[in-house]
Design a protein around this ligand. Structure first.
Ligand code: AP5
Length: 217
């Protein structure tokens, strides 16, 4: 079972990816987490990546494809990709790689959320700078305000969650990632998810869609 998640920034892809992986015993690979880890490592490549992420721009396709394809091939079994692919060249490179490896994508879930709901999600998001766990001050608060449940580190606001950067990310999503919806619809593996409800409500819909899809195929 190999699944990819599409959806605008803040749609809840990372949150639902964790639940899908837990339910179906899959590996979770988030391109944002891969890039943030590179950025924190402070290598020349990490510094280059930081310039793109902090401005809300996409990391160039050649670098992204090089970083992600190797990691995807190394995954031992079924997986959920969150944030990759994000452009048509990335999608084509992924299709070719998985075709050659006889591990094609079986399902792509497209998360759709009203923009007003999205801005509330950005405003309240907090992340642990060490283990990268994601919280929300209202909908997914930590046990102690401002502190990571897993390792006790102080939670931070993501640099790219500033309103002006968020605007840029959403615009880029529409122009660069929007065409992927047609790309995967044409392959016959796209399903749409109304992701505007609570975390638990969206999970019920997502897990049910996945079960039905695999029961029919
Ligand atoms: P990335 O980290 O992938 O960011 P994104 O796609 O913009 O998605 P987000 O992480 O913002 O949101 P999400 O949908 O995962 O939502 P989450 O679950 O956190 O990428 C960051 C940057 O890296 C990009 O801008 C780009 O520069 C670069 N990049 C990454 N991939 C790339 C690629 N392939 N090519 C080029 N560049 C790339 O939820 C959001 C908040 O809402 C959380 O606080 C959560 O607790 C809360 N929440 C979630 N679901 C719900 C719900 N149902 N109800 C209430 N609250 C909810």
């Amino acid at each position: 079972m190999n699944i990819a998640l599409l959806g605008p920034p803040g749609a809840g892809k990372g949150t639902q990816a964790q639940r899908i992986c837990h339910e179906f015993n899959l590996a979770h690979l988030s391109s944002g987490d891969v890039l943030r880890a590179e950025k924190m490592a402070g290598t020349p490549q990490g510094l280059r990546i930081r310039d793109f992420i902090d401005k809300g721009m996409l990391v160039p396709d050649d670098l992204m494809i090089q970083l992600m394809l190797e990691k995807i091939l190394a995954l031992p079994g079924g997986f959920v990709l969150d944030g990759f692919p994000r452009t048509v060249p990335q999608a084509r490179a992924l299709t070719d790689l998985l075709h050659d490896a006889l591990r094609p994508l079986s399902l792509v879930l497209n998360f759709v959320v009203n923009p007003r709901v999205l801005s509330h999600r950005f405003e309240g998001r907090r992340i642990c700078p060490v283990c990268l766990s994601v919280y929300h001050v209202d909908s997914m608060p930590p046990r102690v305000a401002g502190v990571c449940d897993n390792d006790g580190h102080e939670l931070l606001i993501r640099e790219d969650d500033r309103p002006e950067v968020v605007r840029q990310r959403i615009e880029l999503y529409q122009t660069s990632t929007g065409p992927l919806i047609a790309y995967y619809a044409q392959l016959g593996i796209l399903k749409t998810i109304d992701a505007g409800g609570s975390v638990d409500d969206v999970s019920v819909v997502v897990l049910d869609k996945i079960r039905r899809h695999f029961a029919q195929s």
